[in-house]
Design a protein around this ligand. Structure first.
Ligand code: ITT
Length: 205
C-alpha cells in the first residue's frame, strides 16, 4: 500500500504497467485485486482522504473523483463508486449509500424495510480508469437481488457494508456468506472490473 507522501516525489518511477486503485476500503481493493490478477494486471491500493463528492449520480461521483485524483498524483487511477438501490424505498439510499451506512447502518435499513413487501434491490458500480485528463473511461456493473429479512445470518463472516443483508439473485447466500472468490462470481464490482480488464488488455498491449 502506498501513502500519499511516498507519491509526492515527482521522480517516482513506475517502470511499466501498474495501476492504482484509489479507495479507503480494503475490501473493495481485495476484491478488485483478485479479479485483475487473473488478467495479469497489477494493482496497488492508493488511500486518499476527502476525495468523494456528493451527487445523485454514481457515475458523476466516480468520474469527477478519478479525474481529481489523477490530476493530484499523475498516476494511472482506477476508482469506483457503488450504490445500493432498494426498490421498496424508491431507490434509497442509492448514491448516498456510504452516508446511510455510516448513520443508520444495516439495522436501520432493515427497520425501514419492516413493512415492505417488495424487497428487491440492485447494487450498482461505476468504475473509472483515468490515465489522462481528457478521457476517463467508465465501466458499469450491477447485480439484482433482495434485502434479506433476517438481520445477520449466523454464517455471515465475510464482506463489508451491506453484504450481510444483500442476497444476489441466483444464490442461496447473502454476500457476507461468500468468500471473495464466490462474491466475485456475482458482484456489481466484479462485473465492472471484468469489462475494464478486457478493455485494458486490448488497449494496453
Ligand atoms: P471508497 O469511497 O473509499 O472507495 P466506500 O466504502 O466509501 O469506499 P462507496 O462510496 O462506493 O465506497 O460505497 C458506498 C457504500 O456502499 C459504503 O457504505 C460501502 O460499504 C457500501 N458498499 C459498496 N460496495 C459494497 C459491496 O460490494 N458490498 C457491500 N457494501 C458495499
Amino acid at each position: 500500500m502506498l501513502k500519499k507522501e511516498s507519491l509526492n516525489d515527482t521522480k517516482f518511477n513506475l517502470g511499466g504497467r501498474f495501476i492504482f486503485f484509489a479507495t479507503n476500503n480494503i475490501h473493495k481493493f481485495n476484491e478488485a485485486r483478485a479479479i485483475l490478477a487473473k488478467f495479469d494486471i497489477s494493482v496497488g491500493m492508493l488511500r486518499v482522504k476527502n476525495f468523494e463528492l456528493q451527487h445523485d449520480s454514481i457515475k458523476e461521483i466516480a468520474q469527477t473523483s478519478a479525474l481529481e485524483i489523477f490530476k493530484r498524483y499523475g498516476l494511472p487511477i482506477l476508482l469506483e463508486d457503488s450504490g445500493l438501490f432498494i426498490d421498496g424505498l424508491n431507490g434509497f439510499p442509492g448514491p448516498y449509500a456510504a452516508y446511510v451506512y455510516k448513520t443508520i447502518g444495516n439495522s436501520g435499513i432493515l427497520t425501514l424495510m419492516d413493512t415492505k413487501t417488495t424487497r428487491t434491490a440492485t447494487f450498482k458500480t461505476t468504475l473509472v480508469y483515468c490515465a489522462s485528463k481528457n478521457n476517463p473511461e467508465c465501466f458499469e456493473g450491477e447485480i439484482e437481488g433482495e434485502i434479506t429479512n433476517k438481520k445477520i445470518r449466523d454464517q455471515s463472516i465475510y464482506g463489508f457494508g451491506f453484504d450481510p443483508i444483500f442476497q444476489p439473485v441466483g444464490s442461496p447466500k447473502v454476500f457476507a456468506e461468500m468468500s471473495i472468490t464466490e462474491k466475485n462470481l456475482f458482484s456489481h464490482r466484479a462485473r465492472a472490473l471484468h469489462k475494464f480488464a478486457i478493455w485494458y488488455k486490448h488497449f494496453n498491449k
